[in-house]
Ligand binder design. Structure first.
Ligand code: UD1
Length: 369
C-alpha cells in the first residue's frame, strides 16, 4: 500500500510527505522539479530517516504514469502538482488551463485504469470568488477572478461529476486558506522562484535583505486597520489535514467530500507584519500602495466541517507561523540553493561569489541569525 504524492517535492507536498512517513505510510513522489528542488528529497530523508522513492514524472504523461502505477502498489493519491501563480495565469491562461486541467484529467484516467480510486485534491479558498462570505462555508457558491482560480473551480466540478457517475470513488477536495510557515526544524519551507507573490515569503525576504521593503496592497479596506484580512494556516496543520483526509476516505461512504482547511481566525496584513517583527526581531519597512486587482477585503474559513468530520483542527497560531517561517528563511536565506557548507555536494561547489550574487544578503542573514 503506497500513497502517490504528485508535487511531493513542493512546499505543501514536502511537509505532507514527512507527516505521512512519520505516520508509517509508504510514499512515492512524482514531481517534475519545475517549481521545486531535489534538495527537498535529501532534507526529507534527514528528517525522517527514510529515503522516499522519487519519480521525475509529469502527470500529464499517460505512459509515464502507467509505468509508475505498474511499478508501485499505489492505493491512494494526493494531487498537489499544478501551476499556482495568479498573475502568471492571467498572462498565460492557455498554459494554466492546459496544464492544470490536462494533468488532472490524465491522472484521473490513469488511476481509473489501475483501479485506484482514493484521491485527495489540493483546492483553494480562491474558489469562493470575489464575493466570498466570511467565514466561508463549503456549500457557498464558487467562482473565480483569474484563470488559476478557475482551474480549481473546474477541477472540483470534474471531481464531483466523476463521483456522481461512479460511486467507487472516494474523493476529498481540500480548500486551503493561506498556507504559511515552515517545518519547525527550519530544513523545509517555502522557496518561491523569483519575486514572491504571497505576503509572508515577501516579508521574510525583506528580513534577510533580499527585498528592500514590503508593499502593502491597500490600507483602505473596511477592516479594523484598513488592510486585508486572511486566514493564515501553518503548513504543518495543513499537512496534517491531508493525513486526516486520507483516513476519512478509508472509512466514508461518501464518494466526494469537500473541506475548508483554515484556522477560522482572520489576521490583517499589518497584524501579520507586527507578529513577524516580534518573532524575528527585525523591523519590516512598509510602503502602502493601491489595492491589488482581484483581492478581497476579508477571507477566513468556517472549518467546523473539517473539525467535526475529519477530527482535525489547526493547532498553530500566528506567532508559531512567524517563528517557523523566520527560522526557515534565516537558515536558508536563498532557499534550497543556499546550502550550508557541510551540506554542499561536489555538484554545487562552484565559487560562492559566482553562484550567489546575493552574498551581501547572506552576510546580513548571518548577523541576524
Ligand atoms: C493568493 C491568491 C490565491 C492563492 C493563494 C495561494 C490572489 C488574488 N489570490 O491568495 O488565489 O490560492 O495566494 O497562497 O492572488 N499582500 C500585500 N503585499 C504583498 C503580498 C500580499 O499587501 O506583497 C496582501 C494581499 O493584498 C492580501 C494579503 O496580503 O491582502 C495576502 O496575500 P497573498 O499572500 O498573496 O494571498 P491571497 O491573495 O489571499
Amino acid at each position: 500500500m503506497t500513497i502517490l504524492v504528485t508535487g511531493g517535492a513542493g512546499y505543501i507536498g514536502s511537509h505532507t510527505v514527512i507527516q505521512l512517513l512519520d505516520d508509517g505510510a509508504d510514499v512515492v513522489i512524482a514531481d517534475t522539479l519545475e517549481n521545486s528542488s531535489a534538495v527537498v528529497l535529501d532534507r526529507i530523508a534527514e528528517l525522517t530517516g527514510r529515503r522516499v522513492p522519487f519519480e521525475q514524472v509529469d502527470v500529464s504523461d499517460p505512459q509515464a504514469l502507467d509505468r509508475l502505477l505498474t511499478r508501485y502498489d499505489v492505493t491512494e493519491v494526493i494531487h498537489f502538482a499544478g501551476l499556482k501563480a495568479v498573475g502568471e495565469s492571467v498572462e498565460q491562461p492557455l498554459r494554466y488551463y492546459s496544464h492544470n486541467l490536462g494533468s488532472t484529467l490524465t491522472l484521473l484516467q490513469a488511476l481509473d485504469r489501475h483501479g485506484i480510486r482514493r484521491f485527495v485534491f489540493s483546492s483553494s479558498a480562491t474558489v469562493y470568488g470575489p464575493d466570498a462570505a466570511a467565514p466561508a462555508q463549503e456549500d457557498d457558491p464558487t467562482s473565480a477572478t483569474n484563470p488559476y482560480g478557475w482551474t480549481k473551480v473546474m477541477i472540483e466540478q470534474m471531481l464531483r461529476d466523476l463521483a456522481a457517475a461512479d460511486d467507487r470513488w472516494r474523493i476529498a477536495i481540500l480548500r486551503y486558506f493561506n498556507p504559511v510557515g515552515a517545518h519547525p526544524s527550519g530544513l523545509i519551507g517555502e522557496d518561491p522562484r523569483g519575486r514572491p507573490n504571497n505576503l509572508l515569503p515577501f516579508v521574510t525576504q525583506v528580513a534577510v535583505g533580499r527585498q528592500n521593503e514590503l508593499t502593502v496592497f491597500g490600507d483602505d479596506y473596511p477592516t479594523a486597520d484598513g488592510t486585508g484580512v486572511r486566514d493564515f494556516i501553518h503548513v504543518e496543520d495543513l499537512a496534517s489535514g491531508h493525513v486526516h483526509a486520507l483516513a476519512h476516505l478509508r472509512r466514508t461512504d461518501e464518494p466526494v467530500s469537500t473541506f475548508n482547511l483554515g484556522t477560522g481566525e482572520g489576521t490583517s496584513v499589518r497584524g501579520l507584519v507586527t507578529a513577524f517583527e516580534r518573532a524575528s526581531g527585525h523591523r519590516i519597512p512598509v510602503r502602502v500602495a493601491p489595492r491589488r486587482a482581484g483581492d478581497v477585503a476579508v477571507s477566513y474559513a468556517d472549518s467546523s466541517k473539517a473539525n467535526d468530520v475529519l477530527g482535525w483542527r489547526a493547532r498553530h497560531g500566528i506567532d508559531d507561523i512567524c517563528t517557523d517561517a523566520w527560522r526557515w528563511q534565516r537558515q536558508n536565506p536563498l532557499g534550497y540553493e543556499s546550502l550550508p557548507a557541510r551540506r554542499r555536494s561536489a555538484r554545487t561547489q562552484a565559487p560562492r561569489r559566482q553562484r550567489y550574487p546575493l552574498l551581501p544578503a547572506l552576510r546580513l542573514a548571518g548577523r541576524a541569525g
